[in-house]
Design a protein around this ligand. Structure first.
Ligand code: SME
Length: 158
């Protein structure tokens, strides 16, 4: 497919996810390179929603290490159980944090980040990283984001 997304600015959040997912799936189809697919996924999510920060941390030598992302420069390494990303890794589940200031141990890579969602990535049942999205607005993420980002996480697995 052409490397262009077609998503109307007028759509609701859920409608944007519904429009984005098949286009992203087509964009990733046939490509097996992990960096290429994670980079295009981060870019597609940023292009659609203009999130403050969207990107990946991948498990390497028992730490989360920064992967492809869109947004300001970020922390490069996160330990197991640390911050929202490390907690999502430990708990192997999606975490929605409406107010990062209230999350014990939140890692503030950027003081403008106010709310966050972290979705674990699984390959053959094993967690291999997380998708992390930050907003500069409090309470930006809900069950709609969780539902569609988990679907996204399923098909970006390479
Ligand atoms: N806030 C995250 C760290 C990563 S940055 O937001 C990009 C955390 O607490 O795990």
């Amino acid at each position: 497919m052409a490397e262009t997304l077609h998503i109307s600015r007028q759509l609701s959040k859920e409608e944007k996810y519904k429009a984005l997912l098949p286009q992203l799936k087509a964009l990733l189809h046939g490509e097996t390179d992990e960096v290429a697919n994670l980079a295009n996924t981060a870019a597609a999510l940023w292009e659609t929603f203009r999130f403050f920060w969207v990107g990946f941390y991948l498990i390497k030598d028992a730490e989360l290490v920064l992967g492809p992302f869109q947004g300001p420069v970020a922390c490069t390494r996160i330990a197991f159980g640390r911050g929202v990303c490390g907690a999502a890794w430990k708990e192997r589940k999606t975490l929605i944090v409406p107010d990062v200031a209230q999350f014990p141990g939140h890692i503030a890579c950027n003081s403008r980040s106010k709310s966050e969602i972290v979705v674990p990535l699984f390959k053959h049942g094993e967690i291999y990283g997380v998708l992390d999205i930050d907003s500069d607005r409090p309470g930006a993420f809900d069950e709609i984001d969780a539902k569609y980002l988990e679907k996204t996480a399923e098909f970006i697995t390479v």
